[in-house]
Design a binder for this molecule. Structure first.
Ligand code: UDP
Ligand code: MG
Length: 333
């Protein structure tokens, strides 16, 4: 329900959703930042007194879950949710959002490392009050990222847009979503999650707020170069069949080149000059087999995706909650 739908009377209950994986170094600092901002929003009467922060432990191997439990024990603003193993950033975030959707009117998802500016939350809540169901946090600058990360990330957004996936340029997973938007997101059943591509598909009224992305407060990024590449491949193959179409066009192009090659071979053959040409033949064979292998790889990516989707495995399994609101909701040995 949008604020407008509420006649702007009700102060919305906010749930800040934070996925955390091996974040023992940063969580004690960033949790305080989140709490200060939440208290500030409550004091300004922008969000309801019962607003909370939901910390999702994505199968961490360090003290992260211990820290979350302690926060939840000592302050009722904090809730903790633990997944049975490491499912990855996107799945952990979805788990948190799906838990939060029945508990709050609006959610704001944010990384746990302090890179996203908590101060932008106020503008997001204001945009919701003006009628937006989805508010994207967009990085106005990327000064703190390395040039390599900046260029590859920006190139990736452009590439995705060119492929036809409707992603918001320079927006990651810092966003506000209303309960209505989350109810719609719950109907997206895919196992391959790429939330920043899925959320724009929901439609509804949406807008953006701009913030400056900072450096991590502590700890280091979990996205290595290879993980970034596989995330990018997921993004492309989950949202566009254009690569398959490109393969078809490539096939036509190679067929055309081969046709010209055949005419050329024919002409050289009748002119009696047959022996030279070994090098050019080798080059053509290498080129064509390279193209074929790439095309097979791209198709394999899609078949792999179908394979993962048809199995319909759960996208995450919750092992523990720090609250009890339904029988059997706390799993303990
Ligand atoms: N994260 C997670 N599960 C993972 C990897 C990361 O929940 O398997 C969380 C992590 O704790 C952080 C957010 O996802 O809150 C973004 O991760 P990170 O800061 O490492 O990514 P980057 O900002 O470098 O893209
Ligand atoms: Mg980060």
């Amino acid at each position: 329900m949008t604020a407008e739908g509420n006649g702007k009377k009700k102060i919305p209950k906010l749930m800040i959703v934070v996925p955390c994986y091996n974040e023992e170094a940063v969580l004690p600092i960033s949790s305080r930042l989140f709490l200060t901002e939440l208290e500030d929003l409550i004091a300004k009467r922008k969000v309801a007194d019962e607003s909370q922060i939901l910390l999702v432990n994505d199968g961490s191997h360090d003290e992260t879950w211990g820290i979350i439990r302690e926060l939840a024990d000592n302050d009722e603003h904090f809730l903790g949710l633990s997944l049975s193993r490491n499912y990855g950033h996107q799945n952990a975030l979805l788990a948190g959002l799906m838990e939060a959707k029945d508990k709050a009117d609006i959610t704001i998802s944010i990384d746990c490392d302090g890179q996203d500016d908590v101060k932008a939350m106020e503008a997001m809540v204001d945009a919701y009050a003006k009628g937006s169901d989805i508010v994207y946090g967009v990085r106005s600058r990327r000064d703190t990222d390395s040039t390599f990360k900046k260029k590859t990330a920006e190139g990736f957004y452009r590439f995705l847009q060119w492929l036809g996936a409707d992603v918001v340029y320079n927006h990651a997973d810092f966003r506000l979503m209303s309960r209505r938007a989350l109810d719609e997101l719950a109907n997206f059943k895919e196992a391959n999650l790429f939330l920043r591509g899925m959320v724009p598909l929901i439609g509804l009224h949406s807008t953006s707020v701009y913030y400056e992305r900072k450096e991590r407060l502590a700890g280091k990024s979990h996205y290595s170069f290879s993980r970034m590449c596989s995330f990018a491949a997921d993004g492309v193959t989950s949202f566009s069949v254009k690569p398959l179409r490109i393969i078809t066009w490539l096939g036509f192009l190679v067929a055309l080149i081969s046709f010209i090659g055949v005419i050329w071979a024919f002409i050289t053959a009748i002119s009696g000059n047959v022996v030279p040409g070994w090098a050019s033949m080798t080059c053509i064979i290498c080129f064509v087999s390279g193209v074929q292998l790439i095309c097979l790889g791209v198709m394999g990516e899609y078949i792999g995706k179908i394979y993962l989707e048809v199995k319909e495995r759960p996208r995450y399994i919750i092992s523990e909650r720090t609250w009890i609101d339904a029988p059997g909701s706390v799993w303990k040995r």
